[in-house]
Design a protein around this ligand. Structure first.
Ligand code: NAD
Ligand code: MG
Length: 334
């Protein structure tokens, strides 16, 4: 427990600006050092000004894309996410944990005290290494397991490796996704349609089936859906269907697993600045104004969703199951 406080304090200090450095000697901070509750206010921030706004530089990358090569580089909470022990001792698997929303969830889980396994495609090794390097030395076990989840055998192996390397599993985040923009249904090849379905619908089915025998009561499953489930864009005909399937996955599985003490919830992001969008997920011309039509007038950053994943994983949310939590900058559903 003492170690937890030291870790949190060290990372908190790293992120404190010079203007608030005097807090270090304030009585409230001294109290925290002694193991009491933190008692200083987070600064009031205007969400409109927190992150880069459109127009964004025009850019494309080959699939699956790297966060490190995006301009601007997304904020996954590397410097800013501070934990407070909400998930101490928990064991999490996050698919697509190398970049984007999955990386933000993985960083937050680790900073909240969980051991974390991330899965990603071998082509994303560079992004995955950044996550491992970042979290190394922060006192948690971070395991990187590359592999393609469109292969059911790999999905089984992924769960086996996670359980053996973390010594169990109680937070499963089915977050990996494939999105390819096509202006016409006539442009969607069978192969592309199949890749979308396999990544977004089959893989969560295979991974969940493999994981279930290992999940003790109190475990949680979290799916990343999308506003596309509720208000599909004309260019995301196949992707939107899979995100609606993710909502049904949550609603059905929550009913099935509630009596076993396992909660199942989903997150429904709006436009978030991630590699998925720059490697075929959006038309490059439209990406320049990505998120510009939301009330926040910008794209979200992955870190802005991290606390939602933490909240859903936290045992304090024990009566929340079968829910979809939105984060869409003011537009979208639910
Ligand atoms: P991202 O590119 O950072 O993450 C997607 C990840 O999926 C990749 O990092 C990759 O590791 C993984 N992946 C894809 N195909 C895979 C495969 N065959 N095998 C193994 N891993 C594979 O982008 P993101 O936006 O953070 O995406 C995460 C989730 O968020 C996806 O489910 C996506 O549908 C959803 N989402 C994103 C947005 C957005 O605007 N970015 C909006 C709504 C929903
Ligand atoms: Mg990635």
């Amino acid at each position: 427990m003492k170690k937890e406080n030291n870790i949190s304090r060290r990372s908190a200090l790293k992120g404190l600006g010079a203007s608030v450095a005097t807090l270090v000697v304030s009585p409230s901070f001294a109290g925290w050092k002694e193991g009491k509750q933190a008692n200083f206010a987070a600064p009031l921030e205007n969400p409109l000004d927190k992150y880069p706004k459109p127009p964004y530089p025009k850019q494309t990358q080959p699939h699956p894309g790297l966060a490190s090569k995006m301009d601007p580089v997304p904020d996954h909470g590397e410097q800013s996410y501070k934990g407070s022990g909400r998930l101490t001792g928990r064991k999490a698997l996050v698919t697509g944990g190398d970049s984007g929303i999955g990386r933000a969830a993985a960083i937050a889980f680790a900073r909240e005290g969980a051991d974390v396994a991330i899965n990603y495609l071998p082509a994303e090794e560079e992004d995955a290494r950044q996550v491992v390097e970042l979290l190394r030395g922060e006192g948690r076990k971070i395991v990187a397991i590359p592999g393609d989840i469109t292969d059911s055998n790999f999905c089984n192996q992924l769960v086996k490796d996670t359980v053996s390397q973390l010594g169990g599993l109680d937070i499963l985040v089915n977050n990996a996704g494939y999105q390819k923009s096509n202006l016409s249904i006539l442009d969607i090849s069978d192969e592309s349609f199949d890749a979308t379905m396999k990544t977004n619908v089959y893989a969560p089915f295979w991974i969940t089936k493999a994981a279930l025998p290992h999940l003790p009561p109190g475990s949680v499953i979290i799916a990343t859906s999308s506003v596309q489930a509720y208000d599909p864009s004309e260019n995301l005909f196949d992707y939107a269907q899979t995100k609606a399937a993710n909502v049904a996955y949550v609603k059905s599985l929550a009913k099935q697993l509630g009596p076993k003490g396992i909660r199942v919830n989903g997150v429904s992001p709006g436009p978030v600045w991630t590699p998925l969008q720059v490697c075929g997920g959006q038309e490059p011309d439209k990406l320049v104004n990505f998120g510009g039509d939301t009330p926040m007038a910008r794209a979200g950053q992955p870190v802005e969703l991290a606390s939602i994943y933490v909240q859903l994983a936290d045992s304090q949310a024990s009566f929340s199951t079968g829910q979809i939590y939105g984060a869409a900058g003011g537009g979208g559903h639910p």
